[in-house]
Design a protein around this ligand. Structure first.
Ligand SMILES: [Fe+2]
Length: 176
């Protein structure tokens, strides 16, 4: 995925892929600033930057985007996908990272420090997805008269509950 573009060997100048990737996108791709800042700070990169002595550099060049839902969404995508693109869980993803890096390495220390924040971001997105699904179902229910049953037979002499009256071009045919 694009957020890990900094792993590309030819772009690796600091060896810290969020910073290398963001600099490439900013300086050589004229990418949208929001995208660049998302890449620079993906999955709590500031914590890893601290481990690498690059915290101030990262923060000064690429402030965290002031859009918490978007920042969480990228964490979710990162934590829900294995390095080869297979869907996974946050538990499996974090465990898998720690099989590739020593616990006391830079990445190992970072992942252990970021564990709680990464899980919390994933859970916030999951909660938003559940709410969105429920909201979508409720909207479809209203739009499709699922909750009104026999009202389908009405022909503008509607049952008082018939919400189809609120549509500008009301007729007796189902909307789909
Ligand atoms: Fe990454």
């Amino acid at each position: 995925m694009l957020h890990d573009i900094g792993y590309t060997p030819s772009l690796a100048t600091t060896g810290f892929h969020p910073l290398d990737g963001a600099r490439y996108l900013r300086d050589r791709s004229a990418a949208d600033e929001r995208l660049v800042r998302l890449v620079a700070n993906h999955s709590y990169a500031l914590l890893e930057a601290e481990e690498r002595g690059l915290h101030e550099e990262l923060e000064a060049e690429f402030p965290i985007l002031d859009h918490a839902e978007l920042v969480d969404a990228l964490v979710y995508c990162d934590m829900a996908t294995t390095p080869d693109g297979t869907p996974t869980t946050v538990d499996a993803r974090l465990a898998e990272i720690l099989t590739r890096y020593d616990r006391d390495s830079i990445v190992g220390r970072f992942i252990r420090r970021a564990d709680e924040d990464l899980r919390a971001a994933v859970h916030r997105v999951e909660a938003r997805l559940i709410l969105a699904e429920r909201y979508g179902r409720a909207r479809r229910s209203v739009d499709d008269h699922e909750d009104l049953g026999p009202v389908w037979s009405c022909d503008q002499g509607c049952d008082p509950r018939c919400r189809i009256q609120r549509r500008p071009a009301h007729n007796s045919s189902p909307a789909w």
